[in-house]
Design a protein around this ligand. Structure first.
Ligand code: GAL
Length: 670
């Protein structure tokens, strides 16, 4: 089995699969041990004549890494160090900083440390979803699909819980800092307000919070399957139960209403509405009724529901019938599902998203364990782009239906990430790297939908048609203009640099580990060597808090894809090491100063972005409503503004400090 990493989506959680399953405690222990114990110095080199280690050095390291059991590399240079906790390392992990690019020589030393013996969950080698299974839409057929997943944990609660409302908020936390150091949330830019109708939202996604995966007629999704594959989830957790939001949604809505939150962006699980996914398969009325009540519950609490049709949880049936999004057959099935949901909730939901972060999802399709299950003719090189092509058509088809059906409201998809800055300010190759990042990330879907009706030119210049299917004139026409606003999940902004081997050399070499993106994402300032901002939890190494770059990034975004409305559709932070705190000590679990600082600084910058830069931002959605299943980091990477006690059968939620800070901030600024 080969594990593929997609260099142009580096630092994204979805591509950080490791081939082995590492026990969580051991992983934590490993982090501590790494600092003390450097068993094997694999390579070291000094005397670079530029700020980036030579390609020979980085490729030597990559080779060594590929053949070792190491899961981390530390690169140190000129007093600056980067720790990248993944085998999927590229030169960016070794990118070094010097006080100025005129320095003729720097020293870089990389230390590869042996990982602890992994716990392998299965002795058999992983195999993919069997493609081409016969369709059987009976209960027995559904049972066979669940057999592909394996045993599922039964939730401790199996009916909707009616909470006591309204929820009484516990006491406010004391001030985080003395006022001479930082103002209280309500006093941040006190004269600036958000515009009329601004949505103060929290965000979630079906797979990550619902649990109850086999309840009330739901079919399995690819993530129900993937979370069980050896090594796919670092802490070996599944989302079988997770927050049990499926049965606890009334309490969850009441809890956010108590904070003054006025919107919740959540997703509908396709496999709850169509357990077999397909257009000619039966609809599950229980699933439709469930979301009708979820939506109604929000409306009764004056919380605006914002609905995403697809947040990565493809029905497993469609993967097993034809390879999911790697097959064009997905288009009609998705459009049919979308029409069913539009019809059911028309008038109750105003803001819709077709897809969550399609570029991240399609990169995921080419990574373990999804890379074991491709449609015929699809391979690791073209999977991501065939997925992009099919998904774009599915998006356009759904929006066309939305408009033809006269559904009231607005619709778009959610983009992810940022428009970066050149790492070396006046370096033309680094400027080109910025363009490549823009093209290979946001631009893949934003260019066709918002500006040109076609893929970014850089993609067409790099990828042959058998990798990236070309759009016909007719397709372009159907795709252009299929969004009413722009939504961006903007967690972080970084610099981009050319790879050490140069962009041209990389573009012309399909075996280059950075091909086809051929750019680096850098988290440290070239000029000073300092980090772009505070680090998050080691389980989310792609994330540093970078509020100071939000405004410039939004400006660049708005210049490239202008619209009359933007939502900051997700942003959030993992408090470092929160997942290893003592579960018995609640008052420590709810103390999250770094997440609080992240939100306060981002929201302040957002106010400036609106008032000083004229960016039409109309909503901000905090990821996440509560701790949840963070894809391949499982339950250990915690993004919630509420703590969830996973050891308790009632899965109590507790507000963290950040939840109060957000409530205070919005009370003063809305
Ligand atoms: C987003 C994604 C969410 C969540 C979040 C934190 O990209 O849409 O599902 O995982 O990142 O990593």
């Amino acid at each position: 089995m080969t594990i593929r990493t997609d260099p142009h989506v580096l630092h994204k959680k979805t591509t950080r699969f490791s081939p082995i399953s590492v026990d969580h405690t051991m992983l934590r222990l490993y982090w501590i041990v790494t600092l003390l114990y450097t068993a094997k110095v694999a390579h070291s080199q000094s005397g670079f004549s530029d700020a980036v280690p030579s390609s020979a050095f980085t490729s030597q390291l990559r080779t060594s890494l590929a053949s070792s059991t190491a899961i981390s590399v530390t690169a140190v240079s000129s007093g600056f160090s980067t720790v990248t906790p993944s085998k999927s390392i590229t030169s960016s992990g070794f990118a070094t900083a010097t006080p100025s690019n005129t320095i003729a020589s720097i020293t870089a030393t990389a230390t590869i440390t042996a990982a602890p013996t992994p716990t392998v969950t299965s002795s058999s080698s992983p195999s993919g979803i069997p493609i081409g299974i016969p369709r059987d839409y009976s209960p027995a057929g559904l049972a066979k699909l669940w057999d592909l997943v394996g045993p599922v944990e039964v939730p401790p609660i199996t009916t909707t819980v009616i909470p006591q409302t309204p929820i009484a908020l516990p006491s406010h936390p004391p001030a985080l800092y003395p006022s001479f150091l930082a103002v209280a949330p309500k006093d941040i830019l006190p004269d600036l307000k958000y515009p009329e109708g601004f949505l103060f939202g929290v965000a979630s996604a079906a797979y990550q919070v619902e649990g109850a995966v086999m309840e009330e007629g739901k079919g399995p999704s690819v993530w129900d399957w993937a979370s069980r594959q050896p090594g796919a989830v670092t802490d070996n957790t599944t989302a079988d139960v997770v927050d049990l939001h499926y049965f606890l949604y009334k309490e969850d809505v009441a809890r956010i209403a108590a904070l003054g939150v006025n919107s919740h962006s959540f997703s509908v699980s396709w496999a709850r509405i169509f357990p077999f996914g397909a257009a000619d398969s039966p609809v599950n009325q229980q699933g439709l009724d469930h979301y009708a009540d979820v939506i109604e519950t929000h409306l009764k609490s004056n919380i605006t529901p914002v609905v995403t049709l697809f947040h990565w949880d493809t029905p497993l049936a469609l993967a097993a019938y034809y390879g999911g999004f790697t097959s064009p057959q997905i288009v009609d099935d998705f459009v049919h599902y979308a029409k069913t949901v539009f019809t059911a909730y028309n008038g109750s939901v105003h803001t819709w998203y077709t897809f969550n972060e399609p570029q991240v999802y399609c990169a995921q399709v080419g990574s373990f364990p999804f890379n074991l299950s491709f449609a015929p003719g699809i391979n690791e090189q073209n999977a991501q782009f065939q997925c992009s092509y099919n998904l774009l058509k599915a998006h356009a088809g759904a929006v066309k239906a939305f408009r033809e059906m006269g559904i009231t409201g607005e619709i778009a998809f959610k983009s992810a990430d940022y428009i970066g800055m050149p790492w070396r300010a006046n370096n033309t190759e680094d400027m080109e790297a910025v363009e490549r990042n823009a093209a290979f990330n946001i631009g893949v879907f934003a260019d066709p939908v918002y500006t040109t009706g076609d893929w970014p030119q850089i993609l067409k210049d790099t990828l042959p048609p058998d990798v990236l299917p070309r759009l016909t004139e007719q397709e372009s026409k159907e795709i252009l203009g299929t969004a009413d606003f722009f939504a961006i999940d903007a967690y972080r902004t970084y610099w981009n640099a050319a790879p050490p081997e140069g962009i041209d050399a990389c573009v012309n070499n399909t075996s280059d580990p950075l091909w086809p993106g051929c750019f680096l994402e850098l988290m440290n300032d070239f000029n000073t060597g300092w980090s772009s901002g505070p680090a998050s939890d080691p389980l989310t190494p792609w994330l540093q808090a970078t509020p100071q770059f939000l405004r410039p990034s939004f400006k660049r975004l708005h210049e490239r894809w202008p619209t009359s409305k933007i939502y900051l559709s997700e942003f959030g932070f993992t408090q470092p090491f929160e997942g290893v705190r003592n579960p018995q000590v609640l008052f420590q679990l709810t103390e999250d100063p770094e997440r609080t600082n992240y939100y306060m600084t981002y929201l302040g910058e957002l106010l400036l972005s609106i008032h000083e830069d004229g960016i039409p931002v109309q909503g901000a959605f905090c990821w996440a409503i509560m701790d949840n299943a963070e894809w391949n980091s499982g339950l250990s990477a915690r993004f919630g503004i509420q703590y969830v006690n996973y050891s308790s059968p009632t899965l109590e939620r507790s507000y963290k400090r950040s939840a109060f800070a957000l409530a205070d901030f919005f009370e003063a600024h809305l």
